[in-house]
Design a protein around this ligand. Structure first.
Ligand code: C2E
Ligand code: MG
Ligand code: MG
Ligand code: MG
Length: 283
């Protein structure tokens, strides 16, 4: 539908190389104000089991509706990271996610929610305490809000990331390694993380049908992750053939436009109530 077209057709804002350009200063102050005015949005995208077709969780992804045609979500995040706005942004995301999960429970959908966490957040000395407080006042969401951290981002500061993630895990936060296979982290490091899930990067999934090498890499990754006790999610699955291949490879879950692009909360509720009919797409 329209959402899908919007997601796909997003024009790309090219941040200026000059970090002090007038454009950039304007957009930073607009972002700060949007955060204050609650004009950002969190969209949701389902994660579906390949074995059963059941929806097992939802990933929350930031959107700036007014600027949808000018700035991509990952660019919002980079901008926030560069300007000290990532701390309030992530706190807003967490609050929204907790509220959304309460509303999902009210609607009879006890699904896990995943949020994306910046490496900068893991460096905030008070982040674990903040999360701990939040989780103790939302006990019903314990173990149900997963933090996704990218493989590459943790390598900037491996020891500190490990400590922070362990503290977070102790307060009931499962950890997922995002964009796996796009960086160069060592397995001996990944193995120490309190992670329960690995998400294979879209770059390894998108040409699975045509590239035999990618199939070898993905199959090996799935087997290795399973041997180490991780659940495996494939990101960016856009067609049935790819979903079929991944099922054959023993991949646990998929996410991607094949099912639906990320949707606003109410649209996701609608999608969920029709999700039985989506299962046929999994072949
Ligand atoms: P990510 O966490 O790896 O999220 C997956 C991205 O792939 C999302 O892009 C999603 O819309 C997109 N996607 C999902 N299925 C498909 C597909 O089948 N095909 C294609 N081509 N794309 C698909 P999005 O929403 O633009 O977010 C981009 C990145 O920005 C995220 O990558 C994440 O790293 C970051 N991000 C998004 N929201 C947040 C947030 O709230 N906080 C932080 N720290 N980072 C966020
Ligand atoms: Mg993610
Ligand atoms: Mg990812
Ligand atoms: Mg990504």
């Amino acid at each position: 539908g329209t959402e899908r077209a919007l997601e796909r057709g997003m024009a790309y804002y090219k941040p200026s190389r000059d970090s002090f350009s007038a454009d950039r200063l304007t957009i930073v102050s607009e972002l700060r104000q949007a955060l204050i005015d609650n004009r950002l949005a969190l969209y949701l995208q389902p994660k579906v089991s390949l074995a059963t077709g059941a929806v097992v969780g939802l990933e929350a992804l930031i959107r700036w509706p007014e600027k949808q045609s000018q700035i991509r979500p990952d660019e919002i995040v980079v901008l926030a990271e560069q300007t000290g706005l990532i701390k309030p942004l992530t706190r807003w995301v967490l609050e929204q996610a907790l509220t959304m999960r309460s509303r999902l429970l009210e609607h009879g959908w006890p699904l896990d929610l995943s949020v994306n966490i910046s490496p900068n957040n893991l460096r905030e000395p008070d982040f674990p305490l903040h999360v701990q407080r939040l989780m103790s006042s939302f006990q019903q969401h314990r173990d149900s809000i997963t933090f996704e951290v990218t493989e590459t981002s943790m390598m900037q500061d491996p020891a500190n990331s490990l400590t922070a993630l362990k503290l977070l895990n102790d307060s009931g936060i499962p950890v997922s390694i995002d964009d796996f296979g796009s960086g160069y982290s060592s397995l001996s490091y990944i193995k120490q993380l309190p992670a329960s899930e690995i998400k294979i990067d879209r770059s390894l999934i998108s040409d699975l049908v045509t590239r035999a090498e990618d199939r070898v890499i993905v199959q090996t990754t799935i087997d290795m992750c399973h041997s180490l006790g991780y659940k495996v999610v494939a990101e960016g699955v856009e067609d049935e053939t790819t979903a079929g291949l991944l099922r054959g490879m023993g991949c646990d879950m998929i996410q991607g436009f094949l099912l639906t692009p990320p949707l606003p909360f109410d649209d996701m509720l609608d999608w969920l109530s029709h999700s039985d009919s989506q299962q046929q797409k999994l072949g």
